[in-house]
Design a binder for this molecule. Structure first.
Ligand code: PGA
Length: 250
């Protein structure tokens, strides 16, 4: 695991965008795994800037998003479909048919999940997966539990996650309780993973990730320790309360 500590959110966003750019330069038809939430917004803005300056070309790129809220259609402004269009896809030259996001209103959710995993395989797997981390260590919406679910699946969101997401809704009561998420296999079979950590509120999660090696479904991000190509990009803010400023920890 490579730890890259950066000074601020701007640097985090640029670092992340540079990694995406180098993956696409090496492989123009790269397959990307993409997150939503607050953390990657700066990276998406940076990638849009690169695209406008003709420094990156998404025309052959394929994307798979990590998750979508259950029961939410792509027209819903709170959906991750909508988020991705507004914050990224509508500003770049990606082919719409290369965009994949779980369908939160699929009639047959199980079938939807199986088809999603199948499509990832058919596309040759994910070259670069970008992740955020939840306060409770979730990755995608794989929440702490007694066991990790390997395939894409419908999941109940942890109360902590419902609370954290309430800021995007009219409070806790409207914050969704279920989502479709890529499972552990989709995440771990990605050839390269980049975890983005921003903000003081992530201190406890990142401390737990970096100081405890025990791999456990009670802290899903701990599985990243057994992947051989993970870069964690951390804004100093998120680690300032404890002494872990190593540029590279293996
Ligand atoms: P955030 O969410 O980027 O909004 O902090 C990350 C996550 O919960 O995975």
């Amino acid at each position: 695991m490579i730890i890259n500590v950066v000074r601020n959110y701007c640097e985090l966003s640029k670092t992340a965008a540079d990694v995406v750019q180098s993956v696409i330069i090496n492989k123009p038809n790269a397959v990307l795994g993409l997150p939503t939430g607050s953390t990657p917004i700066g990276m998406y803005n940076e990638l849009i800037r690169m695209y406008r300056e003709r420094n990156i070309d998404f025309s052959e790129v394929t994307t798979f998003n990590l998750d979508e809220y259950y029961g939410m259609s792509y027209e819903n402004e709170k959906s991750y479909h909508y988020y991705m269009q507004r914050n990224f896809f509508s500003h770049i030259n990606i082919n719409p048919s290369n965009i994949n996001i779980p369908n939160g209103i699929a009639k047959d959710i199980e079938k939807e999940c199986i088809a999603y995993d199948m499509k990832i395989k058919e596309c040759g797997g994910i070259d670069l997966l970008i992740l955020g981390i939840g306060h409770n260590g979730h990755i995608g919406f794989n929440e702490p539990s007694n066991e990790m679910i390997m395939n894409t699946h419908l999941t109940n969101l942890a109360e902590e996650t419902v609370m954290a997401n309430a800021r995007f809704f009219k409070g806790h009561d409207e914050s969704p309780e279920k989502a479709i998420t890529m499972g552990l296999e989709g995440i771990m079979s990605s050839r390269q993973i980049m975890l983005l950590v921003n903000g003081k509120d992530k201190t406890a999660a990142v401390r737990r990730l970096l100081t405890r090696d025990k791999v456990s479904p009670e802290f899903p991000a701990s599985f990243l320790h057994v992947h051989n190509n993970v870069m964690v990009v951390i804004n100093e803010d998120a680690i300032e309360e404890f002494n872990l400023i190593h540029k590279h920890i293996s």
